[in-house]
Design a protein. Sequence first.
Length: 131
Amino acid sequence: MATLKQIAIFAKLADTGNMSEAATALALTQPALSQQLRTLETSLGLKLFERVPKGMQLTPAGRDLLSAARNVQNAVRDFDDAADRAAERFVGSIRFGVTPTLGPYLMPSVIKTLHRRYPGLRLYIREGIPD
């Protein structure tokens, strides 16, 4: 089974066509990149690249798999973005009390803003005289 790192190596090497450039872009050594590519090709049972005088060239099987590799990378990016958004958003419950003199004037705009910005947030408001 291919790992996300191997898919990233495959896609970057397809973009650059050069082992050194791909290794530099991925912050890997060239031997590490070569080893990961070899492991990927072995696990798939396919040869993805051919060595040519100007670098590396996709095989027909590599060309067929490249769009799927890009889809995987996009899905991972979308997942990471969704997790970032979820981490920034408030969820759960907030309980607070307001005085009867301020509540009717301040709370409608506060509630509207909170519901618009944080739809997963539940508000429990209690009106009363503070102790």
